[in-house]
Design a protein around this ligand. Structure first.
Ligand SMILES: [Zn+2]
Length: 419
């Protein structure tokens, strides 16, 4: 039950989100999808779900890789299945993150730390424990209220230049501003940076983490391309971007979070901190990989399409032999993979997922049912295609009983493998 996108739900911008340039080249055309997180309940199966273009563009001026089709946030987050960021590895990452900033920049006790998109306040709590004054900003009212109740004051709002001015008037300038995974989600990035500039103390730093294009490219994470992620950042275009807006990138380091991220630090232009060599090193590596050339992404697309051909052929052959196939894992990125590889209910009967939040829902658009992994042992499909393929090793290890009983796992990426 799909219908083409209504024009009012999505608009295509005509300029680069970082430099404003208009020489934009289409480098990767993925199949249009519904919003990647728009899982639906049984009651909503009759409701049509709109598909939106998933075209990746390369800016010939600054080399930034991005989507130009911007889906209305009210559509993207309508059926959002909220997953709290409080897994132990995530908490440990934030603990190191806070410690790293405190060690490097040594803000005085009582200095203001503001986190944009602060969620449940996990990161700010570590700054608070170190004696800093903290303030969260998060548009989700229920999350902001809960964080405030547990001792992390949080404003339920979108970060903007106006809000930044209000905070500065009320609480003073911020020594540290953090923003994690917000830099890829917002169409008007310039306004965010303007707000940061308004709020930041003269010696303050803005620290951000965002998925890194180098990881998307090296690990074939093409399925992390979906409408919520408007930008696929690399360091080279970010340097002139910050510069144009009165700021300066001073560190750019690769970290492991979210499958591979960029940890960047910026200060006000002319600020007191030296530019670390990490910035030039990151750019040199990106150039070595060819991420500053459109041809690299054309080739990336050809590789993805050859994986699609091989997997499609395998699945259709298995179906022709009467084999039963299921899927494993229903992360948001499975939507991109399923649509681009054309894997719908004609090929897979159901998907198992260990998250209770996804169970008993149906996948966006294709409406494949998502059920607990116990169903895999009851219905005994001959093959299970691992859609959460970045966890393939872990999944196969946890479900040896399935392969021992004669079942097979299919890993689609980075190479097609049958186990
Ligand atoms: Zn650009």
């Amino acid at each position: 039950m799909n219908q083409p996108a209504g024009k009012n739900l999505c608009h295509r911008r005509s300029t680069c989100r970082l430099c404003g340039g208009n020489k934009l080249t289409l480098v990767l055309k993925l199949a249009p999808t519904p919003p990647a997180n728009a899982f639906v309940s049984r009651d909503e199966l009759d409701k049509p779900q709109a598909l939106f273009p998933l075209d990746v563009f390369f800016c010939e001026s600054c080399r930034h890789v991005q989507l130009l089709d911007v889906v209305d946030p009210s559509v993207l987050f309508e059926n959002y299945v909220y997953v709290s960021g409080t897994s132990p590895s995530f908490v440990a990452h934030f603990q190191n993150y806070a410690k790293g900033i405190l060690d490097q920049f040594k803000p005085a006790p009582g200095s203001l730390v503001v986190d944009i998109g602060s969620n449940d306040g996990t990161l700010l709590r570590f700054f608070q424990q170190a004696g800093m004054k903290v303030l969260g900003v998060d548009p989700a009212r229920n999350i902001a209220e809960e964080a405030t109740r547990t001792g992390i004051p949080t404003r339920a709002a979108f970060f903007s230049p106006k809000l930044a001015a209000e905070i500065r008037a009320q609480d003073g300038a911020a020594s540290v501003i953090t923003g994690n995974n917000v830099f890829a989600h917002i169409d008007n990035l310039g306004a965010i940076v303007e707000g940061i500039r308004t709020l930041l103390a003269p010696d303050g730093v803005f620290v951000f983490e965002v998925s890194y294009l180098v990881d998307v490219f090296e690990k074939t994470l093409f399925d992390t391309i979906y409408h919520e992620h408007l930008d696929y950042h690399s360091v080279k275009p970010l340097v002139p971007f910050f510069n144009r807006l009165g700021m300066e990138l001073i560190e750019a380091v690769r970290v492991g979070s979210h499958g591979g991220s960029l940890h960047g630090i910026a200060q006000l232009k002319g600020g007191p901190h030296p530019v670390g060599k990490s910035v030039a090193e990151a750019i040199a590596n990106e150039e070595k990989l060819g991420l500053d050339r459109p041809e690299t992404f054309h080739q990336f697309g050809r590789n993805i399409n050859s994986l699609k051909t091989d997997l499609g052929k395998l699945l259709r052959e298995l179906k022709a032999k009467g084999k039963k196939i299921a899927g494993f894992g229903a992360p948001a990125k499975a939507t991109t993979l399923m649509y681009h590889f054309e894997i719908g209910p004609d090929l897979i009967d159901f998907i198992v997922d260990d998250s209770p939040l996804k169970q008993n829902l149906f996948t966006p658009g294709y409406h494949v049912p998502v059920v607990p992994s116990s169903v895999m042992y009851e219905r005994k499909p001959d093959y299970v295609l691992i859609l959460a393929w970045n966890f393939a090793a872990q999944i196969m290890k946890s479900h040896k009983a399935y392969t021992k009983a004669g079942g097979h796992f299919i890993v689609p990426i980075p190479q097609l493998e049958v186990h």
